[in-house]
Design a protein around this ligand. Structure first.
Ligand SMILES: NC(=O)c1ccc[n+]([C@@H]2O[C@H](COP(=O)([O-])OP(=O)(O)OC[C@H]3O[C@@H](n4cnc5c(N)ncnc54)[C@H](O)[C@@H]3O)[C@@H](O)[C@H]2O)c1
Ligand SMILES: [Fe+2]
Length: 398
């Protein structure tokens, strides 16, 4: 009965998503493309902007060329760089204060998913000053235009530069949840490979596997459209062809550029076709133990795909064909198995562990509850899972 209700809910969501046409972020790409940002602001007559980033990025000087370009264009830029990985409500409120105090007119999100989501949270709070972030949790609670948002991803992973989501953590309750609204899709996504060349190998690997997880979870889900299928396939192929190169040869601009494109397309795929239990579980590990999002996804992905069994064989077999690792004589199950094995090989080749240890037994019921709350009934997963299934999965990954 519950399964039937979930499937009906998902069918309705699929219909609604198909009816609402929202605009993807407009891509500005190529080496030094961040230097095109000042002109975008001048064009709309803005001269005060908030830039949201994190300490790691400012310490590396990655924002410096943009800041000097903004200054030359007569734009005052106020920087908030206290965002932490798995950004919090406090991060958003602190950045919002700077935005308001200085009468900012636009927001530049400069960083990985954490600063980008923090910036989206600021945008949501500007649009809805009387609503708190927890009140905007879930689907379509913002429903109002946010200030001009320009996203500059410095990792090739989350796709936040074109998704409807801002993923926020509440350290007090250990919850990590999404605010989802079409209005949170940035106006521009600036994909500049030069600012990703210094991304350390381990973060390159885990954020790249996050992008792969987006594409794969979207592709095996039931809410696929031709558009999301194509976007997911494009992302998987680019990740297959470029992630390992970016990992071993960080200065390879072609690989870096292709990974930014991959993460962007994976973002398009999952923001319209959803993710699945991999993300639901990963978010609980971020909420309880601050385990980095990409690392959690990379480890969990093969376990969940195995667990889906034959319900996911067909799409996984197609992905195996796409990256050229299947033989004509292979059955669908064998081809799917080869794709899951390839994910495990990718993880191993980039020193990503096979387990994430150290969960407290006392935390498990809360984590299972939160994961199910996130995934059911929203995610159109190939196989609907319940508490016992998730208990088994948590046991496998630790
Ligand atoms: N909104 C969405 O659609 C969406 C999708 C997936 C994940 N997320 C969220 O995004 C967050 C994770 O983002 P992330 O994986 O990009 O990591 P992150 O933004 O947390 O950054 C991780 C670390 O990498 C460093 N870093 C980033 N770019 C760098 C660069 N170019 N060079 C050197 N160091 C750099 C940062 O300083 C930080 O220490 C999580 O909170 C996750 O839940 C959001
Ligand atoms: Fe993700």
């Amino acid at each position: 009965m519950r399964v039937l209700f979930y499937r009906v809910y998902q069918a309705i969501m699929r219909l609604v998503t198909g009816l609402v046409k929202w605009k993807d972020a407009e891509v500005i790409e190529g080496q030094n493309s961040i230097l095109k940002i000042p002109a975008l602001l001048v064009k709309v007559g803005y001269n005060k902007v908030l830039l949201v980033t994190d300490k790691g990025i400012t310490a590396l000087g990655l924002t410096a060329p943009l800041l000097s370009g903004l200054e030359k264009a007569g734009i005052t830029c106020h920087v908030y760089d206290e965002t932490i990985p798995n950004p919090t409500i406090d991060n958003i409120e602190e950045a919002l204060k700077i935005y308001k105090k200085n009468g900012c007119q636009a927001i530049i999100a400069f960083g990985g998913g954490s600063p980008m989501d923090c910036a989206k949270g600021v945008g949501a709070r500007v649009a809805r000053p009387n609503m708190t972030i927890p009140q905007m949790r879930g689907l379509l609670k913002v429903m109002k235009k946010i200030p001009l948002l320009i996203a500059v991803p410095t990792t090739a992973g989350t796709g936040s530069e074109t998704t409807i989501a801002a993923v926020i953590s509440n350290p007090l309750t250990h919850e990590k949840y999404a605010v989802n609204d079409f209005h949170l899709v940035p106006k521009y996504a600036v994909l500049d490979p030069l600012i990703t060349v210094g991304l350390p190998p381990h973060i390159t690997a885990t954020t790249g596997m996050d992008a792969l997880t987006h594409a794969v979870e979207a592709y095996v889900g039931r809410s696929n459209t031709e558009e999301t299928r194509q976007a997911a396939r494009k992302a998987v192929k680019l990740i297959h062809d470029n992630l390992y190169t970016a990992y071993v040869d960080g200065g390879n601009l072609t690989a870096r550029s292709n990974m930014l494109t991959a993460a962007f397309y994976a973002g398009i795929a999952f923001t319209k076709a959803y993710v699945g239990y991999v993300h639901a579980i990963a978010h609980t590990l971020g909420g309880y133990y601050r385990i980095p999002h990409g690392l959690a996804n990379a480890v969990i992905l093969p376990y969940v795909l195995d667990y889906y069994g034959e319900t996911a064989h067909q799409p996984l077999a197609e992905l195996a064909d796409l990256i050229g690792i299947s033989d004509e004589s292979d059955s669908t199950a064998v081809r799917a198995g080869k794709f899951i094995a390839w994910i495990r090989e990718m993880n191993a080749s980039m020193n990503i562990p096979t387990k994430l240890g150290g969960f407290q037994a006392a935390d498990l019921p809360g984590m299972i509850h939160n994961a199910l709350k996130e995934a059911n009934p929203l995610y159109p997963v190939p196989k609907i899972l319940f508490a016992d299934d998730l208990g088994g999965l948590y046991a496998l990954i630790q």
